[in-house]
Design a protein. Structure first.
Length: 419
């Protein structure tokens, strides 16, 4: 059960990393923020643009469409405010549609009402630029359609609106000034929109990078360092490597009876075991040991994985040191098996990853632990040949399940008498 939980945790964080790496510019929260900022900015720009009405009202002797201009302004300001209301209710898709449609109608009505080319049609190009950031990668076809719509409206207005010289309802001087106002407002709107979008994207990238770093740090704690980065970058297939390593199996003696005695409302045997295993992790921290998993009351280590320059003797000696530390640290009776040999280690299916080890050395370590008695350790023949403290070994011939009779060695630490 514990291994399954670990696998689920690893898979969860891997999926998070892959999801964020694949969708850095496809984040719905960012698109919603862009839509909100653009809506507020457009409201400000429209109010600024509408200041032209005051100029015309005070400088033009007759102005026939003032009521229609005001109606167009007020109606679309209400609609843009409604867009912000939709966003506050998390209705992003509807808000986006309403904004794009109302922006188009506002500019179309403005061009028709002014009846002259005042460069208002360039705002269609701004809308085309903005719209690309309101659609996800999966909606690129819809974004393309909207781009064509805005581009077509720009071309129609540019080709069919009469020039200033042909306008008879307004003075040439007033219209020229308004074109300057429109050009300046358009440049300001483009600059602000570009800055806002870049600012939001940069913020999102920073958040994603921070999240990636946290997840990668966690993955490097869950998986061996030699495989963690490869696992992060790889999306399918299997990751396996084989080399001579030492494997240690530890089991708590008579755990079933211990659990039955201590599992009640006031005590929990599993909490005690987990604390014991944490203590093991702490005392072994300075050695090149990797805890593979906790299988109930079983504690499994792989020794020599993280240091490629370690010799065979150094790996076995670290295994013996681990036995000494585990026996001296444990507050419960334990038994240990240590084997040295070729070990295959890796991760199957990185989409649902779980690190594990396979090989004869793994089987031998498990069988050695099974025959060991309380507070004792057995090591296999390859480990004994590489261990320098031969005086601490008692040779025996034991039958190992599924393997047959083997030469094994009972190990006793220097502080303990040999049995």
């Amino acid at each position: 059960m514990i291994d399954k939980q670990s696998a689920y945790i690893r898979a969860f964080f891997l999926r998070k990393i892959y999801h964020y790496r694949f969708n850095k510019l496809n984040n719905s929260a960012t698109r919603q923020s862009i839509l909100a900022y653009i809506t507020k900015l457009m409201i400000s720009i429209i109010i600024l643009q509408s200041a032209k009405l005051l100029i015309i009202f005070y400088t033009q002797a007759s102005f026939y469409n003032i009521q229609l201009h005001v109606l167009n302004l007020v109606l679309h300001l209400v609609i843009f405010t409604f867009v912000l209301r939709l966003l506050s209710k998390q209705q992003f898709t509807l808000a986006r549609k309403v904004l794009l449609l109302s922006f188009s109608t506002y500019l179309c009505f403005a061009c028709i009402l002014w009846e002259v080319n005042l460069n208002l049609q360039y705002y269609f190009l701004l809308a085309m630029f903005i719209s690309h950031y309101l659609f996800s990668h999966a909606e690129k076809h819809i974004a393309f359609v909207w781009s064509l719509v805005f581009l077509s409206l720009f071309l129609v207005a540019s080709f069919h609106l009469p020039s200033i010289n042909s306008a008879s309802n307004y003075s040439f001087h007033s219209l020229t000034n308004m074109r300057y106002v429109n050009a300046s407002s358009f440049a300001l709107a483009c600059g602000l929109c570009a800055w806002l979008i870049q600012h939001l994207i940069d913020q999102n990238w920073k958040k994603i990078k921070t999240l990636e770093n946290k997840h990668e740090t966690l993955l490097k704690k869950l998986f061996p360092v030699s495989l963690a980065q490869t696992l992060i970058d790889k999306t399918n297939g299997e990751l396996q490597q084989t080399k001579p390593l030492a494997v240690l199996f530890l089991d708590i003696c008579n755990f079933t009876q211990f659990a039955l005695m201590h599992d009640n409302k006031e005590q929990n045997s599993w909490r005690f075991i987990y604390q014991l295993f944490r203590n093991f992790d702490t005392v072994l921290k300075h050695l090149d040991v990797t805890r593979i998993k906790i299988n109930g009351d079983q504690y499994i280590l792989l020794i020599g994985l993280n240091n490629p320059s370690s010799t065979n003797k150094e790996i076995v000696n670290q295994g013996i040191q681990s036995i000494d530390l585990l026996l001296s640290t444990s507050t419960l009776p334990i038994k240990i098996g240590l084997a040295y040999g070729s070990v295959t280690y890796g991760v199957f299916e990185p989409s649902h990853p779980q690190f594990d080890i396979w090989g004869e050395a793994v089987i031998r370590a498990s069988r050695l632990e099974a025959i060991a008695k309380e507070d004792s350790a057995f090591i296999d023949e390859p480990s004994a040949h590489l261990f320098s403290g031969e005086q601490q070994l008692i040779p025996q011939k034991k039958q190992l399940k599924g393997i047959g009779y083997q030469n094994v060695y009972q190990y006793s630490p220097p502080t303990r008498p040999m049995s």
